[in-house]
Design a protein around this ligand. Structure first.
Ligand code: SAH
Ligand code: SF4
Length: 428
């Protein structure tokens, strides 16, 4: 999400003659795009700002800005607490950057953290900051209307709003023209995408279909799906389009209904299992990934065991796993105690990680022997004679080959694996 936002910011700044550079020494302006989801993410930003303080002493004229969720959450406090910061801009105020920069150029500080109910940056063509020119993020909605008890996103990114479908398909067509072969449609909860204007209604299913039909050679991915909203209709529709990738990211957070209720996730363990069964039924060749939080407040050993057993049952191919981090002003911070001791959280997280490593290895081993279509992304970091790319299931494959370019589709037989990577041979 933040990569997509940085690309919008780069486009806004281009309008006032800024250009992106990879060399900090050349920069007139350094923006730190931030995440507030866990305290650790914010601590890393604070450390980066201290580094930038030293950097600024050597490069006096450089300006430093903080953008994104941490800017939204802390507002003026950031200017007070971090003297290096000249500029604080929340996720809905990026259009104001040129005006704010003028204030900073005049010797002041610039701040705008107003949230909007409408801003989707639909008309702004993002400046792509990726290196390989194969995969691009396309933001289809912003904000979130859910109230997960642990989550700071609804207060830092505002109310949910969907982007005009024509601007989405227009952006996708432009990307294809530039040689891109894969798009990832982005939103906090893409299943609740809903465009409604002058009687014109477009659901996520309809938008996905429109995008998938643009070009059968374009791979389409999307994230994130909320288990309570992932419909059977969507799965049936995915089955009709082979270019909609066979990979679903469905964050479960916990395997215990009691914890899910406390988290206000609005589904039970059994509901989640039902969704997984529906995925297996309609899209048997689909990989399934998830997000898991260890040690949410009130989580008992029994709740934790239920998370492990659900992981085992679902056989997740991949997971993002986190220790619960209590965030200020969330429902959980206001109502519950952060009562799972740090060492217990760490131990539970380790158990979750080692189970996932085993599941990931198992999922990769199942791939051995399969013939998969791989979209080439580049040359392997470890060997110039090897390429790497991804399968529709979002698994990385490394294989021998030189004479192909990023963006080529190749047939590859999977011959081996680790828990993170597949190895294969290119078939003529
Ligand atoms: N909108 C997405 C994810 C947003 S944040 C969704 O609903 O799935 C990404 C992930 O960060 C979440 O899925 C959750 O697992 C994790 N996360 C969010 N808040 C957290 C917190 N306070 N502590 C630990 N992990 C958290
Ligand atoms: Fe946060 Fe829940 Fe919204 Fe995801 S769905 S962004 S976890 S509130």
């Amino acid at each position: 999400m933040n990569v997509a936002d940085s690309e919008v910011v780069a486009a806004v700044l281009r309008r006032c003659n800024y250009r992106h550079t990879d060399k900090p020494g050349e920069a007139d302006l350094i923006l730190v795009n931030t995440c507030s989801v866990r305290e650790h993410a914010e601590q890393r930003v604070r450390a980066r700002l201290r580094e930038l303080g030293q950097f600024k002493q050597m490069h006096g004229s450089v300006k430093v800005g903080v953008i994104g969720c941490m800017a939204e959450r802390l507002k003026e406090k950031l200017l007070e607490e971090e003297p290096v910061v000249d500029l604080v801009v929340g996720p809905d105020a990026y259009r104001e950057l040129p005006a704010l920069l003028e204030e900073v150029d005049g010797g002041g500080k610039g701040i705008n953290t107003l949230l909007s109910t409408e801003e989707t940056y639909a008309d702004i063509a993002p400046v792509r900051l990726d290196k390989n020119r194969v995969t691009a993020f396309v933001s289809i909605m912003r904000g979130c209307n859910n109230h997960c008890a642990f989550c700071v996103v609804p207060s830092t990114r505002g109310r949910e709003r969907s982007r005009d479908p024509e601007s989405v398909t227009g952006e996708v067509k432009a990307l294809i023209g530039q040689g891109y072969r894969e798009v990832i449609l982005l939103g906090q909860n893409v299943n609740s995408y809903r465009w409604n204007k002058n009687g014109d209604r477009v659901s996520f299913e309809a938008l996905l279909e429109q995008v998938a039909r643009i070009d059968p050679l374009l791979r389409v991915r999307f994230t994130t799906s909320h288990p309570k909203d992932l419909s059977e209709g969507l799965l049936k529709q995915m089955a009709l389009y082979p270019n909609i990738c066979r990979a679903i990211h469905l964050p479960v957070q916990s395997g215990s209904t009691r914890v899910l209720r406390r988290m206000k996730r609005r589904y039970t363990r059994e509901d989640y299992m039902g969704r997984v069964e529906a995925i297996r039924k309609h899209l048997p060749d689909t990989s399934l990934s998830t997000d898991i939080i260890a040690g949410f407040s009130g989580e008992t050993e029994e709740d934790h065991r239920q998370t492990l057993s659900l992981m085992e049952w679902a056989g997740f191919d991949f997971s993002f796993m986190f220790k619960y981090s209590q965030r200020p002003d969330t429902f959980a911070a206001n109502r519950y105690n952060d009562d799972v001791p740090a060492e217990t959280k760490a131990r539970r997280l380790n158990e979750i990680i080692s189970l996932q490593t085993r599941l990931s290895r198992k999922s990769k081993e199942k791939e051995v022997g399969q013939i998969r279509e791989v979209l080439v992304e580049g040359t392997s970091k470890k060997s110039e004679t090897h390429l790497f790319g991804r399968t529709s299931q979002n698994m990385v494959v490394v294989f021998q080959g030189r004479d192909y370019r990023p963006g080529d589709y190749l047939k590859v037989r999977i011959t081996g694996c680790t828990s993170a990577t597949l190895f294969g041979e290119h078939l003529p």
